[in-house]
Design a protein around this ligand. Sequence first.
Ligand code: ZN
Length: 66
Amino acid sequence: MNAVLGQCAQCEHVWPVAHLPMPVESFVKLAMRAACPKCAGTQVKVASVGRPSIEDTPRPGEIECK
Ligand SMILES: [Zn+2]
């Protein structure tokens, strides 16, 4: 399963914000409401899209999305 990983701009915590495939409408709602589960920060940036195994802790070089 693919996932969209979000990264907190405040504490840099990374977590799966949404799972794909899902309707764009649902994704937008999730993305709009996304908040860091660690520090409750609301400044979230997309860290990665389409990682097959979200359970693995992403290494710094792997979460850059260009
Ligand atoms: Zn945070």
